[in-house]
Design a protein. Structure first.
Lengths: 126, 287
């Protein structure tokens, strides 16, 4: 299981990376915005993407849309972990095809639950 | 005013330049009142005498006195704000140690000052996480070792009891100690995770600070324009401008379309109140 973590704040990337490690996911990579993440996703074999929304350069919602319109990445599981908490924004992310949405500040348990739920659903659809 | 004395902004606002400005403002208001009183009687008299030209002249002079007062006020207010900002920069520097002072003098404006806050909090968050990273495996190793040892110890205890050894008190102490390492170890690990999660403040506060940086830049630019405008007005109104340098205007910065953390969630119906709300919203959308 290879996971890409995208957030412009290195603090948050580190927190998510540590939580994933506690959950047993040790194969992670990091990017600081959508434009650096997209080529990594296109060229690498990532199984899961965790992204922030508010980033300079390419935002998380644009990255999400870019993934969904890419032949290779259209089924990539994507979890958004963001401080963006407006209903319109959450609906927009859902419509763009996000697999899960966690608002900051979040708990370790909330992140774990969302990740597990996403993988359960993927396993069930297989 | 009972402002916090430690707040550099309130100190700067209470400085002598501000008291002076207040006195000048009072003087300005007084001179307008004097002018009004002076022309009031003359205006009434000229109106009674049907002397329209003289009445118009008096009205014009009252207007002029009012305009001058207003221009002076705008000029003084702007200058006071400008001085407060400048003093704010200087004051922090003077109270810090020489290293900090030097560092602060390097910072041309409030924008870099706030970036400094982001850098400082990021540094502190990283140091905290470094310690968590070092401590977590140690705790995990202790727990694992104590749990393994606990099994061996129980076997050894049973064998010793069968052979009639009588150190039951010591056996119980070691038994309890091994159990304690295991349970306390787990709760220490939980707390380390809590400490890790708490560092998320750096991201959230950083996003808010970045937005304040934009705001401060906008305010500073407007202020500079106002100072320039006021200095023109002061020349017209015959006020001698104080010696001071105007800051060069900065480039327009790129606006961020995302909104960042919501600060007054309770007051805003458009904003979800927490993860449960997000989950409800998503499940209503068929997730």
């Amino acid at each position: 299981m290879k996971i890409l973590i995208v957030d412009d704040f290195s603090t948050m990337r580190r927190i998510i990376k540590n939580l994933l490690r506690d959950l047993g996911f040790t194969n992670t990579a990091e990017a600081d915005d959508g434009s650096s993440a997209l080529p990594m996703l296109e060229n690498g074999q990532f199984d899961f993407l965790i992204t922030d929304w508010n980033m300079p350069g390419m935002t998380g919602i644009d990255l999400l849309k870019a993934c969904r319109s890419s032949e290779k990445l259209k089924t990539l599981p994507i979890l958004m972990v963001t401080a963006e908490a407006k209903r319109d924004q959450i609906i927009a992310a859902a419509q763009a095809g996000v697999n899960g949405y966690v608002v900051k500040p979040f708990t370790a348990a909330a992140l774990q639950e969302k990740i597990e739920k996403i993988f359960e659903r993927i396993d069930a659809s297989r | 005013m009972s402002d916090n004395q430690d707040n550099p902004l309130s100190k700067a606002a209470k400085g002598p330049s501000n008291a002076e400005t207040a006195a000048l403002a009072a003087a300005g208001a007084k001179s307008f009142n004097d002018a009004l009183n002076l022309h009031k009687q003359a205006l009434l008299e000229s109106l009674q005498d049907d002397d329209m030209a003289a009445a118009a002249d008096h009205i014009h002079q009252i207007n002029q006195a009012r305009d001058e007062t207003l221009y002076c006020e705008v000029g003084r207010l702007t200058r006071a704000l400008h001085n407060a900002l400048r003093d704010f920069h200087l004051e922090i520097g003077l109270h810090g140690n020489s290293e900090v002072k030097h560092e602060l003098l390097e910072m041309a404006d409030a924008r870099s000052r706030l970036n400094y806050v982001i850098a400082m909090t990021e540094d502190a968050a990283n140091k905290t996480m470094d310690s968590v990273d070092e401590a977590a495996p140690m705790v995990q190793a202790l727990v694992a070792e104590s749990e393994a040892m606990h099994k061996d110890w129980q076997t050894f205890q049973e064998q010793s009891r069968e052979s009639g050894a009588s150190s039951t008190a010591l056996f119980d102490r070691v038994e309890q100690f091994l159990q304690r390492i295991s349970s306390d170890g787990h709760s220490i690990h939980t707390r380390l995770t809590d400490i890790l999660m708490a560092q998320g403040y750096q991201d959230l506060s950083g996003q808010v600070i970045k937005r304040v940086i934009e705001l401060v830049s906008d305010v500073e630019q407007s202020l500079v324009r106002l100072v320039k405008l006021a200095s023109n007005v002061e020349e017209v109104a015959g006020i001698k401008p104080a010696a001071g340098e105007h800051k060069a205007e900065k480039d327009e910065k790129q606006r961020i379309r995302a909104e960042g953390p919501q600060i007054n969630q309770q007051d805003n119906q458009d904003v979800v109140s927490g993860q449960d709300d997000v989950d409800d919203l998503l499940s209503s959308l068929g997730f």
